[in-house]
Design a protein around this ligand. Structure first.
Ligand code: SF4
Length: 343
């Protein structure tokens, strides 16, 4: 399926009276926290549409970075009205937004149901109440369960639903995080996004980090944990649409991200580790030792199989005592799979 062409409209912290420990939306989105004027939506959309490529799917206006259903009703409706005008003109196919679980109530969904909203992303982050409390989320896992019921049971329940999940939150660990994933899968979202917790300047977490009260995950540990989560959701037939924050010049600055497992190609690292595990398993199950092997992967996965700076090749050579490894692009192999020819 083609990826949607997303036109992001950032509403940093708007509609949100909370102060999550990890959040400084102004740093994450690179925008200030003034409310965007609804009239600007058409201009932003036109700028983005100039860059739409033929191979992209449906066009969606996406309200991100705040708590959409928590906006003042008049303002929220004015944003939706402007977005809807673009739908009526045939420039945009639908609207999506992210919102907190505790703002998903029947009355709000009734209000938005006359607009072309197709996708609602729920900021779940964790399903562990202690972790949610420590992160200052101001809601519990029950709010998330109720939010998904409201969305599924609504008379216009054709919404595509997504769950945003974070790894490395204060007080969280692998066991709690995987338990959260099981609870999320039981809510049957259509997709999930997985974000590693970063220490963003200006956040409460930054204060804790400076005082030595919070240690972020290392990049290696975060990648391995997100790999486990990706494999879990894939097995449960829940699509993982993103792993890691969207790379941006703001996030590249040390002055914005003080610490934490940030990498501009975080998802690539996760897929690389999946292919490494897979190749290593096949080699270990074969009758070795082998001096030379050929690994066949889908052409799009060649760089994933190699790993950053050929890391996977070096690891396989060392761990499996192999002298030469060649990677062969093979369109017949699935994206996250590989096969090995022993020579
Ligand atoms: S809910 Fe938390 S993460 Fe979302 S905008 Fe509000 S403070 Fe930031």
């Amino acid at each position: 399926m083609q990826k949607p062409f997303i036109i992001p409209i950032f509403i940093p912290n708007a509609g949100c009276p909370h102060y999550c420990a990890f959040c400084n939306q102004r740093s994450i989105t690179g925008a200030d926290d003034q409310l965007i004027s609804p009239e600007k939506i058409g201009l932003i959309a036109n700028e983005f549409l100039d860059f739409k490529k033929e191979n992209r799917g449906a066009v969606q206006i996406a309200f991100y970075g705040g708590n959409f259903l928590g906006l003042q009703t008049v303002y929220m409706l004015s944003l939706l009205n402007e977005a809807e005008k673009l739908v009526k003109k045939g420039l945009v196919d639908s609207i999506r937004f992210s919102t907190r679980p505790d703002t998903i109530v029947k009355e709000k969904i009734d209000l938005i149901s006359r607009f072309s909203v197709s996708t609602i992303e729920v900021g779940v982050q964790s399903m562990n109440n202690q972790v949610l409390k420590k992160a200052g989320r101001g809601h519990t896992y029950k709010d998330t369960e109720r939010a998904f019921s409201v969305l599924k049971e609504h008379k216009d329940s054709s919404y595509t639903t997504g769950a945003q999940l974070m790894v490395g939150l204060p007080g969280d660990d692998e066991a709690k995080c995987l338990a959260s994933c099981r609870s999320i899968a039981n809510l049957s979202p259509d997709f999930v996004r997985i974000y590693p917790t970063l220490v963003i300047d200006g956040s409460l977490l930054a204060k804790w980090y400076k005082k030595g009260e919070y240690n972020p995950l290392s990049l290696d540990i975060a990648v391995t944990l997100v790999k486990k989560i990706y494999l879990f959701f894939t097995k449960r037939k829940v699509k993982v649409i993103r792993m890691g924050l969207q790379a941006s010049s703001d996030l590249e600055k040390d002055s914005t991200v003080l610490a934490g497992p940030y990498h501009p190609a975080f998802g690539h690292l996760v897929f690389s580790e999946i292919l490494l595990d897979h190749a290593e398993k096949i080699i270990n199950m074969s009758n070795g030792p082998h001096d030379d092997i050929l690994i066949k992967v889908h052409p799009k996965s060649v760089s994933r199989m190699r790993g950053l700076k050929n890391r996977n090749i070096e690891i396989l050579k060392q761990r499996c005592k192999i002298k030469t490894i060649k990677i062969i692009p093979d369109p017949g192999t699935k994206n996250d799979d590989c096969s090995i020819i022993f020579q």
